[in-house]
Design a protein around this ligand. Sequence first.
Ligand SMILES: *[C@@H]1O[C@H](CO)[C@@H](O)[C@H](O)[C@H]1NC(C)=O
Ligand SMILES: *[C@@H]1O[C@H](CO)[C@@H](O)[C@H](O)[C@H]1NC(C)=O
Ligand SMILES: *[C@@H]1O[C@H](CO)[C@@H](O)[C@H](O)[C@H]1NC(C)=O
Ligand SMILES: *[C@@H]1O[C@H](CO)[C@@H](O)[C@H](O)[C@H]1NC(C)=O
Length: 226
Amino acid sequence: MAGMKALLRLSLLWVSIATQTAAHQQPLADSRLAINGVPFATRAYWMRVANQALSDLVSPCPFGAFGTAIVNHTSGEGLGELVCIGANSIGSTGEIAAINNCTAVLTSPTGPYNLTASQAQTAFKSLSLYTNAESCPMCASAIRWAGFKEYIYGTSIDTLIEKGWGQIRIASADVFAASYDLSAATRLMGEVLTNETDPYFAWQYDPEYACPVGCGRQKGSCAKMK
Ligand SMILES: *[C@@H]1O[C@H](CO)[C@@H](O)[C@H](O)[C@H]1NC(C)=O
Ligand SMILES: *[C@@H]1O[C@H](CO)[C@@H](O)[C@H](O)[C@H]1NC(C)=O
Ligand SMILES: *[C@@H]1O[C@H](CO)[C@@H](O)[C@H](O)[C@H]1NC(C)=O
Ligand SMILES: *[C@@H]1O[C@H](CO)[C@@H](O)[C@H](O)[C@H]1NC(C)=O
């Protein structure tokens, strides 16, 4: 009898875990919606800039293909304004590279902003971070600490795992849900333009998968075509 109860409890727990997982898999953005006043076409434009950051800073097909663009959407009409880009490099993920780069861009005395460090920190509260894959828990935490207005990601952690990437299985939504003590709120939009971000993460562990545009298979890996 006790065994039955334990089994029942276990299966209820399983149902609740399964439901949570299913909820995470629901894309939070939809191509018909304008979220926070920004239409999908504009979101798609900046997600493509996050993809393009790879080619601009590293190569069209780096192994760790994590690209980020940080954007000011409060400059009113139109697409908004690019503040900085970042891409995965050794010892730094795309998001952290972009946050560091933006801090440098915003505080450069010879740059267009010339902010103090504390003004730069305040500026993040009005900026949107676009990244082509869902952040690792450490980066999602950094995004919350920086206090971004919005965080928009493409490929989900679930998809990365499906494609063979080792990941810490904590969704950004969970990190955000646990960060309510922080003063700034950050709007999260997941799985935006995954049809264009997923291919950057699909070839590394699948020798049959086509390389990103501009690259070809060389010794099993994708490399930039000359
Ligand atoms: C964002 O744009 C608004 C409107 O142009 C401007 O007032 C603000 O300073 C900009 N923020 C940054 C960090 O560039
Ligand atoms: C920083 O961002 C700027 C503006 O987008 C870009 O031109 C530059 O290459 C970036 N630098 C690094 C180190 O990522
Ligand atoms: C940047 O701002 C500082 C003061 O905040 C000022 O002294 C300096 O002249 C500014 N630099 C430029 C290039 O305008
Ligand atoms: C990806 O899907 C979006 C709609 O969600 C569409 O606007 C875009 O053209 C698609 N991209 C490609 C390369 O088919």
